[in-house]
Design a protein around this ligand. Structure first.
Ligand code: CP
Length: 302
């Protein structure tokens, strides 16, 4: 079954196929308007979401289909103690594909073992967020391209699932990757190991300043308060690694600044009006990219 669980399962050819189809969709969305007019997508979000849930909903509706939504944990039978395995086994009977967000790392892989319809991981704890990576790569291709790409990835590298997915996918494009974080939020050992095994060109730093001028893309992430086991640990690093217009004074003129959003205080609002800011474009790219993903997944299903 074609489940999408991790960026590690995507080759460069797979990625380019999705990005090319997303570009076709963006160029002529009407041509895809009734491609899946009898299809239903099951939404299972055990954690909050604005972008992922709404852009998957918009994508499915723009393909002519519809969604069936579990709603929140509080309003569903999860509240009564129903397991994830039982939940997905039930909901696969209501939908042609499932999208799952869950706070536990490994949950998407586990859930996918219980279902026959395609299951798409929309974020599993601090694990992976592969569809975010595809829209991130689409945005990088639009703005900086992949040739001789140097990217800085800054913020919460320990808990950031968007980072874990993106860093791995970038190895397919031979990008130079500079990771910038406090020591306590460096990449997990398992991610470092995977990047090493994939032959990635990576360096780790505690400050942006020495590498900023080399970067084509700066990917900023939020420090994820909700994943810290101890709030005092969060308070020690909260508010670090913020950027403003002054920070970018030594950056390339065409530096692309990205962020998976939501932001808290990592990017000063004065950057929003500059040519560097591509994070809202990045969020909007979620629709054509997720239309492409759903189109391909549902095409395979039928
Ligand atoms: N980037 C992202 O996953 O945003 P949401 O949490 O709002 O879905």
């Amino acid at each position: 079954q074609d489940h999408i669980i991790s960026a590690k399962q995507l080759s460069r050819a797979d990625i380019e196929e999705v990005l090319d189809r997303a570009a076709d969709i963006a160029a002529d969305p009407g041509a895809f308007a009734d491609r899946h007019d009898d299809a239903l997508l099951g939404l299972l979000f055990f954690e909050p979401s604005t972008r992922t849930k709404m852009s998957f909903t918009a994508a499915m509706k723009r393909l002519g289909g519809d969604v069936v939504d579990m709603g929140t944990v509080e309003s569903s039978s999860v509240k009564k103690g129903e397991s994830l395995a039982d939940t997905v086994r039930v909901v696969e009977g209501y939908a042609d594909a499932l999208v799952l967000r869950h706070p536990s790392e490994g949950s998407a892989k586990m859930a996918s073992d219980y279902v026959d319809v395609p299951l798409i991981n929309a974020g599993d704890g601090a694990g992976q967020h592969p569809t975010q990576t595809l829209l991130d790569l689409y945005t990088i291709r639009e703005n900086a391209g992949f040739d001789d790409l140097t990217i800085g990835i800054m913020g919460d590298l320990k808990y950031g699932r968007t980072v874990h997915s993106l860093a791995h996918a970038l190895t397919e494009f031979d990008a130079r990757q500079h990771f910038v974080s406090p020591e306590s939020l460096q990449l997990p050992r398992s991610v470092r190991y995977d990047l090493h095994e994939a032959g990635a060109d990576v360096r780790e730093h505690t400050s942006l300043e020495p590498v900023l001028s080399e970067l084509d893309v700066l990917y900023v992430t939020r420090i994820q308060a909700e994943r810290f086991p101890d709030e005092s640990e969060y308070r020690e690093v909260a508010g670090e690694y913020q950027i403003d217009a002054g920070t970018l004074a030594d950056a390339k003129d065409d530096l692309t600044v990205m962020h998976p959003l939501p932001r808290v205080d990592e990017i000063d609002h004065e950057i929003d009006a500059t040519e560097h800011a591509k994070y809202f474009q990045q969020a909007h790219n979620g629709v054509p990219v997720r239309m492409a993903i759903l189109d391909m997944v549902l095409e395979g299903e039928r």
